[in-house]
Design a protein around this ligand. Structure first.
Ligand SMILES: Cc1cc2nc3c(=O)[nH]c(=O)nc-3n(C[C@H](O)[C@H](O)[C@H](O)COP(=O)(O)O)c2cc1C
Length: 223
């Protein structure tokens, strides 16, 4: 079982988000998963230039680490996305990755995979960022197994940090168990189907320009 963990904090594993993600990864490894960590702070993922090349050819012309991360995501059974809350959203590093995933999103390329989200915040505002990350994962085609948020101060308080790290470990275990069980989530079906149909309509409408994507949808027998 392969899990990809992507860390969007500029502070890497030593930061708040990294500490929580580390506990999740340890639990997933303890349950037998191979986990590959991509710390975006040490990698280069530039913003999307909206050139549409990925839609036409399946390849992004920007030469940086995105392609390696994308290939790992598409080969994985599960993906964990971890980000600090930056002004009610994910970090810029993580948002660049999301935007660069526009091609795979059109292709619903993560269909059948599993996703989870981790967020840390200075205050009590993790939930909306967790929802945003889960929405991204769902739009990519993943089943989402859950998310967790944490107020930063708790990680510096020995009494408060234990339950946080336990929750992270539980989320890692839940992800592994969902992959093992090939779990499905009926409550996510309506939104997933609606987005799938939207992507199908979009790719069909733009078939003259976005030839790669239209051909892929056809080759997969979806059209
Ligand atoms: C640019 C920036 C924006 C932030 N915006 C918010 C915010 O909107 N809400 C909040 O609760 N915390 C906010 N914070 C605090 C971080 O989310 C918090 O410190 C987080 O735990 C940092 O994680 P890290 O150590 O992994 O980078 C912000 C921090 C920075 C640097």
């Amino acid at each position: 079982m392969n899990i990809v963990a992507i860390l969007g904090s500029p502070h890497g594993l030593k930061g708040n988000t990294g500490k929580v993600l580390d506990a999740l990864i340890a639990a997933a490894k303890g349950r037998g998963a191979d986990v590959t960590l991509f710390p975006l702070a040490e990698l280069k993922v530039e913003p999307c230039r909206a050139c549409d090349t990925c839609h036409k050819t399946g390849k992004c012309p920007t030469r940086d680490d995105f392609n390696t991360i994308k290939e790992a995501m598409l080969a994985a059974d599960g993906v964990v996305l971890a980000s600090p809350n930056y002004i009610f959203s994910v970090s810029g590093q993580m948002k660049c990755l999301f935007d660069r995933c526009c091609g795979p999103l059109h292709l619903q390329a993560m269909e059948g995979k599993y996703g989870a989200a981790v967020v840390t915040s200075g205050g009590k505002e993790s939930a909306e960022v967790e929802r945003y990350i889960l929405r991204f994962l769902g739009a990519m085609g993943c089943w989402t197994v859950g998310s967790m948020g944490c107020e930063a101060w708790k990680l510096a308080d020995p009494a408060a940090s234990g339950p946080v790290l336990d929750a992270a470990a539980a989320l890692g275990t839940r992800l592994v168990e969902a992959i093992e069980a090939k779990a499905t989530y009926p409550d996510q079906l309506a939104e997933r189907r609606a987005f799938y149909e939207r992507m199908k309509a979009l790719v069909t409408m733009r078939k003259a320009e976005w030839t790669y994507e239209f051909d892929r949808w056809q080759a997969l027998g979806r059209l």
